[in-house]
Design a protein around this ligand. Structure first.
Ligand SMILES: [Fe+2]
Ligand SMILES: [Fe+2]
Length: 297
Protein backbone atom coordinates (compact mmCIF):
# COMPACT_ATOMS: atom_id res chain seq x y z
CA UNK A 1 0.00 0.00 0.00
CA UNK A 2 1.36 3.42 -0.98
CA UNK A 3 1.79 6.17 1.58
CA UNK A 4 0.27 9.60 0.89
CA UNK A 5 1.72 11.32 -2.20
CA UNK A 6 4.74 13.60 -1.88
CA UNK A 7 3.09 16.37 -3.90
CA UNK A 8 -0.48 16.91 -5.10
CA UNK A 9 -1.40 19.23 -7.96
CA UNK A 10 -4.95 20.27 -8.81
CA UNK A 11 -5.02 20.59 -12.59
CA UNK A 12 -7.77 22.89 -13.91
CA UNK A 13 -8.15 23.91 -17.55
CA UNK A 14 -10.13 25.93 -20.06
CA UNK A 15 -12.24 28.05 -17.76
CA UNK A 16 -13.22 30.37 -20.68
CA UNK A 17 -14.51 33.22 -18.55
CA UNK A 18 -16.12 36.34 -19.98
CA UNK A 19 -16.20 39.84 -18.45
CA UNK A 20 -18.82 40.17 -15.75
CA UNK A 21 -19.44 36.42 -15.78
CA UNK A 22 -21.45 36.68 -19.00
CA UNK A 23 -22.56 33.31 -20.37
CA UNK A 24 -20.37 31.85 -23.11
CA UNK A 25 -22.19 31.96 -26.46
CA UNK A 26 -25.11 33.27 -24.39
CA UNK A 27 -25.59 29.73 -23.10
CA UNK A 28 -22.90 28.35 -20.82
CA UNK A 29 -22.46 29.84 -17.36
CA UNK A 30 -18.69 29.41 -17.22
CA UNK A 31 -18.35 31.61 -14.11
CA UNK A 32 -20.82 29.52 -12.17
CA UNK A 33 -19.11 26.35 -13.41
CA UNK A 34 -15.74 27.60 -12.17
CA UNK A 35 -17.28 28.49 -8.81
CA UNK A 36 -18.62 24.95 -8.57
CA UNK A 37 -15.24 23.55 -9.61
CA UNK A 38 -13.46 25.68 -7.00
CA UNK A 39 -15.81 24.51 -4.24
CA UNK A 40 -15.29 20.89 -5.25
CA UNK A 41 -11.54 21.36 -5.61
CA UNK A 42 -11.45 22.56 -2.00
CA UNK A 43 -12.78 19.13 -0.99
CA UNK A 44 -11.17 16.81 -3.54
CA UNK A 45 -7.78 18.53 -3.41
CA UNK A 46 -7.68 19.59 0.23
CA UNK A 47 -4.07 18.40 0.28
CA UNK A 48 -3.08 20.24 -2.92
CA UNK A 49 0.36 21.82 -2.99
CA UNK A 50 -0.38 23.80 -6.16
CA UNK A 51 -3.23 24.67 -8.49
CA UNK A 52 -2.30 24.61 -12.15
CA UNK A 53 -4.53 26.33 -14.71
CA UNK A 54 -3.51 25.12 -18.14
CA UNK A 55 -4.80 27.93 -20.31
CA UNK A 56 -7.84 29.46 -21.98
CA UNK A 57 -8.50 31.20 -18.69
CA UNK A 58 -10.50 33.88 -20.53
CA UNK A 59 -12.52 33.31 -23.67
CA UNK A 60 -11.85 36.72 -25.23
CA UNK A 61 -8.85 37.87 -23.21
CA UNK A 62 -10.79 40.57 -21.34
CA UNK A 63 -9.11 42.02 -18.22
CA UNK A 64 -12.37 41.61 -16.27
CA UNK A 65 -12.45 37.92 -17.09
CA UNK A 66 -8.99 37.43 -15.53
CA UNK A 67 -10.09 39.45 -12.52
CA UNK A 68 -13.01 37.08 -12.18
CA UNK A 69 -10.72 34.03 -12.40
CA UNK A 70 -8.66 35.50 -9.56
CA UNK A 71 -11.73 36.29 -7.52
CA UNK A 72 -12.93 32.69 -7.79
CA UNK A 73 -9.68 30.74 -7.46
CA UNK A 74 -7.49 32.84 -5.18
CA UNK A 75 -9.52 32.35 -1.99
CA UNK A 76 -9.33 28.56 -2.44
CA UNK A 77 -5.62 28.73 -3.19
CA UNK A 78 -5.06 30.88 -0.09
CA UNK A 79 -7.06 28.47 2.05
CA UNK A 80 -5.05 25.49 0.78
CA UNK A 81 -1.78 27.40 0.93
CA UNK A 82 -1.24 26.40 -2.70
CA UNK A 83 0.15 28.77 -5.34
CA UNK A 84 -1.75 29.13 -8.62
CA UNK A 85 0.33 28.49 -11.74
CA UNK A 86 -1.35 30.34 -14.61
CA UNK A 87 -0.60 29.16 -18.15
CA UNK A 88 -1.68 30.97 -21.31
CA UNK A 89 -3.86 29.37 -23.98
CA UNK A 90 -4.91 30.38 -27.46
CA UNK A 91 -7.96 32.26 -26.16
CA UNK A 92 -5.82 34.30 -23.76
CA UNK A 93 -4.29 37.68 -24.53
CA UNK A 94 -0.89 38.15 -22.96
CA UNK A 95 -1.01 41.86 -22.00
CA UNK A 96 -4.40 41.63 -20.31
CA UNK A 97 -3.64 38.28 -18.68
CA UNK A 98 -0.30 39.46 -17.37
CA UNK A 99 -1.66 42.75 -16.01
CA UNK A 100 -4.82 41.33 -14.44
CA UNK A 101 -3.12 38.33 -12.85
CA UNK A 102 -0.12 40.35 -11.69
CA UNK A 103 2.40 38.23 -13.62
CA UNK A 104 5.92 39.55 -14.19
CA UNK A 105 7.45 40.47 -17.57
CA UNK A 106 6.80 42.72 -20.52
CA UNK A 107 3.19 42.84 -21.81
CA UNK A 108 3.78 40.78 -24.95
CA UNK A 109 6.36 38.34 -23.60
CA UNK A 110 5.35 34.68 -23.42
CA UNK A 111 3.85 33.86 -20.03
CA UNK A 112 6.43 31.30 -18.94
CA UNK A 113 7.00 30.51 -15.27
CA UNK A 114 8.71 28.15 -12.84
CA UNK A 115 7.26 27.31 -9.43
CA UNK A 116 8.81 24.73 -7.13
CA UNK A 117 6.63 22.91 -4.59
CA UNK A 118 7.78 20.12 -2.30
CA UNK A 119 10.62 18.95 -4.52
CA UNK A 120 8.67 19.16 -7.79
CA UNK A 121 9.40 21.84 -10.34
CA UNK A 122 6.30 23.05 -12.18
CA UNK A 123 7.28 24.70 -15.45
CA UNK A 124 4.57 26.62 -17.32
CA UNK A 125 5.34 27.05 -21.01
CA UNK A 126 3.29 29.52 -23.03
CA UNK A 127 2.37 27.59 -26.18
CA UNK A 128 0.04 30.32 -27.44
CA UNK A 129 0.86 32.37 -30.54
CA UNK A 130 -0.51 35.92 -30.47
CA UNK A 131 -3.04 36.24 -33.29
CA UNK A 132 -3.40 32.48 -33.82
CA UNK A 133 -5.14 29.52 -32.30
CA UNK A 134 -2.54 26.84 -33.01
CA UNK A 135 0.36 26.26 -30.65
CA UNK A 136 4.10 26.86 -30.97
CA UNK A 137 7.07 28.26 -29.08
CA UNK A 138 10.01 30.37 -30.16
CA UNK A 139 13.80 30.04 -29.94
CA UNK A 140 13.96 32.25 -26.88
CA UNK A 141 11.46 30.05 -25.09
CA UNK A 142 13.35 26.90 -26.10
CA UNK A 143 16.49 28.33 -24.50
CA UNK A 144 14.52 29.45 -21.47
CA UNK A 145 12.95 26.00 -21.12
CA UNK A 146 16.27 24.23 -21.35
CA UNK A 147 17.65 26.43 -18.56
CA UNK A 148 14.45 26.08 -16.51
CA UNK A 149 14.80 22.29 -16.58
CA UNK A 150 18.48 22.25 -15.57
CA UNK A 151 19.60 20.98 -12.14
CA UNK A 152 16.56 18.78 -11.53
CA UNK A 153 14.91 18.88 -8.11
CA UNK A 154 14.48 15.60 -6.17
CA UNK A 155 11.04 14.73 -7.58
CA UNK A 156 11.62 16.02 -11.10
CA UNK A 157 9.65 18.44 -13.22
CA UNK A 158 6.13 18.72 -14.56
CA UNK A 159 5.66 20.72 -17.75
CA UNK A 160 2.40 22.61 -18.22
CA UNK A 161 1.45 23.71 -21.73
CA UNK A 162 -2.01 24.52 -23.06
CA UNK A 163 -1.62 22.74 -26.41
CA UNK A 164 -0.94 19.04 -25.79
CA UNK A 165 1.95 17.82 -27.95
CA UNK A 166 -0.15 14.96 -29.32
CA UNK A 167 -2.12 14.15 -32.46
CA UNK A 168 -5.68 15.46 -32.05
CA UNK A 169 -8.72 13.27 -32.68
CA UNK A 170 -10.76 15.85 -34.57
CA UNK A 171 -9.44 16.51 -38.06
CA UNK A 172 -10.24 20.21 -37.86
CA UNK A 173 -8.54 20.54 -34.46
CA UNK A 174 -5.35 19.10 -35.97
CA UNK A 175 -4.91 22.53 -37.52
CA UNK A 176 -4.64 23.83 -33.96
CA UNK A 177 -2.03 21.33 -32.79
CA UNK A 178 1.25 22.25 -31.17
CA UNK A 179 3.46 22.74 -34.20
CA UNK A 180 6.94 22.69 -32.66
CA UNK A 181 7.05 19.09 -31.51
CA UNK A 182 10.51 18.40 -32.87
CA UNK A 183 12.06 21.34 -31.09
CA UNK A 184 10.27 20.48 -27.87
CA UNK A 185 11.46 16.87 -28.10
CA UNK A 186 15.03 18.14 -28.42
CA UNK A 187 14.69 20.25 -25.29
CA UNK A 188 13.11 17.40 -23.34
CA UNK A 189 15.77 14.91 -24.39
CA UNK A 190 17.73 14.11 -21.25
CA UNK A 191 15.63 16.43 -19.07
CA UNK A 192 13.69 15.23 -16.04
CA UNK A 193 10.14 16.01 -17.17
CA UNK A 194 7.92 13.32 -15.65
CA UNK A 195 4.57 14.52 -17.00
CA UNK A 196 3.11 17.11 -19.34
CA UNK A 197 -0.19 18.67 -18.23
CA UNK A 198 -2.35 20.16 -20.97
CA UNK A 199 -5.87 21.24 -21.88
CA UNK A 200 -7.16 22.85 -25.08
CA UNK A 201 -9.22 19.90 -26.35
CA UNK A 202 -11.98 20.15 -23.73
CA UNK A 203 -11.86 16.41 -23.20
CA UNK A 204 -9.89 14.42 -20.70
CA UNK A 205 -7.30 12.19 -22.31
CA UNK A 206 -3.73 11.04 -22.26
CA UNK A 207 -0.89 10.03 -24.52
CA UNK A 208 2.86 10.08 -24.74
CA UNK A 209 5.26 12.58 -26.23
CA UNK A 210 8.98 11.80 -26.45
CA UNK A 211 8.32 9.03 -23.91
CA UNK A 212 6.81 11.51 -21.45
CA UNK A 213 3.18 10.96 -20.37
CA UNK A 214 0.86 13.76 -21.52
CA UNK A 215 -2.36 14.14 -19.54
CA UNK A 216 -5.22 16.45 -20.50
CA UNK A 217 -7.64 17.93 -18.03
CA UNK A 218 -11.16 18.29 -19.38
CA UNK A 219 -12.49 21.85 -19.32
CA UNK A 220 -14.46 23.39 -16.46
CA UNK A 221 -16.41 25.46 -19.04
CA UNK A 222 -17.87 23.01 -21.56
CA UNK A 223 -16.80 19.73 -23.13
CA UNK A 224 -16.21 18.79 -26.73
CA UNK A 225 -18.57 15.96 -27.68
CA UNK A 226 -16.56 13.59 -29.84
CA UNK A 227 -19.75 11.67 -30.59
CA UNK A 228 -21.48 14.69 -32.15
CA UNK A 229 -22.11 14.22 -35.89
CA UNK A 230 -19.09 15.40 -37.96
CA UNK A 231 -17.87 17.55 -39.58
CA UNK A 232 -19.34 20.07 -37.10
CA UNK A 233 -17.81 20.25 -33.65
CA UNK A 234 -20.23 19.98 -30.76
CA UNK A 235 -19.90 21.55 -27.33
CA UNK A 236 -21.90 20.15 -24.44
CA UNK A 237 -22.68 21.83 -21.13
CA UNK A 238 -21.86 18.56 -19.37
CA UNK A 239 -18.99 16.31 -18.22
CA UNK A 240 -16.89 19.29 -17.06
CA UNK A 241 -13.95 18.11 -14.97
CA UNK A 242 -10.58 18.83 -13.42
CA UNK A 243 -7.73 16.50 -12.55
CA UNK A 244 -5.76 15.57 -9.48
CA UNK A 245 -2.10 14.78 -10.00
CA UNK A 246 -0.45 12.78 -7.23
CA UNK A 247 3.32 12.70 -7.43
CA UNK A 248 5.43 10.02 -5.75
CA UNK A 249 9.17 9.48 -6.07
CA UNK A 250 8.57 6.55 -8.42
CA UNK A 251 5.04 7.07 -9.75
CA UNK A 252 2.46 9.68 -10.77
CA UNK A 253 -1.29 9.08 -10.63
CA UNK A 254 -3.89 11.27 -12.36
CA UNK A 255 -7.57 11.24 -11.38
CA UNK A 256 -10.55 12.95 -13.02
CA UNK A 257 -12.98 14.83 -10.77
CA UNK A 258 -16.42 16.01 -11.97
CA UNK A 259 -16.28 19.81 -11.81
CA UNK A 260 -20.02 20.25 -11.28
CA UNK A 261 -22.10 18.80 -8.47
CA UNK A 262 -24.30 15.76 -9.10
CA UNK A 263 -26.62 13.78 -6.91
CA UNK A 264 -24.63 11.09 -5.15
CA UNK A 265 -25.12 8.22 -2.74
CA UNK A 266 -22.66 6.79 -0.27
CA UNK A 267 -21.22 3.71 -1.96
CA UNK A 268 -19.17 3.20 1.18
CA UNK A 269 -20.98 4.63 4.21
CA UNK A 270 -19.00 7.09 6.30
CA UNK A 271 -19.39 4.85 9.35
CA UNK A 272 -17.66 1.95 7.57
CA UNK A 273 -14.87 4.20 6.31
CA UNK A 274 -14.25 5.47 9.85
CA UNK A 275 -14.37 1.95 11.26
CA UNK A 276 -11.76 0.68 8.77
CA UNK A 277 -9.56 3.67 9.45
CA UNK A 278 -9.73 3.07 13.19
CA UNK A 279 -8.47 -0.53 12.87
CA UNK A 280 -4.81 -1.44 13.35
CA UNK A 281 -3.08 -1.48 9.92
CA UNK A 282 -2.80 -5.27 9.92
CA UNK A 283 -6.58 -5.68 10.22
CA UNK A 284 -7.64 -3.11 7.64
CA UNK A 285 -7.03 -5.34 4.61
CA UNK A 286 -9.07 -8.14 6.11
CA UNK A 287 -11.97 -5.82 6.93
CA UNK A 288 -12.14 -4.03 3.61
CA UNK A 289 -10.71 -6.35 0.98
CA UNK A 290 -11.67 -9.89 1.95
CA UNK A 291 -14.69 -11.27 0.07
CA UNK A 292 -17.26 -13.26 2.01
CA UNK A 293 -16.80 -16.99 1.50
CA UNK A 294 -19.59 -18.45 -0.65
CA UNK A 295 -21.87 -20.55 1.51
CA UNK A 296 -20.23 -19.20 4.66
CA UNK A 297 -21.87 -17.23 7.44
FE1 LIG B 1 -10.35 26.02 -24.58
FE1 LIG C 1 -7.42 26.17 -26.45
Amino acid sequence: MHPDPSVVIAHVSDTHLLAGGAPLAGLVDTASHLRDAAARLRVAAADADAIVVSGDVADLGEPEAYALAREILEPVAAELGAPIVWTAGNHDERPAMRAALGLPGEPLDPIDAVVEVGGVRIVALDSSMPGWHHGAFDDGQAEWLEAALADPPPLGSVLVMHHPPLPYRTRLMRLLEFRDERRLAEVLDGADVRAILSGHLHVGGSGTFAEVPVVLAGATSYADDLAGPPPAMHGIDATQSFNLVEIYPDAIAHSVVPALPHESRETVPAALARAVDALPPAERLDRFSRKPVAGGD
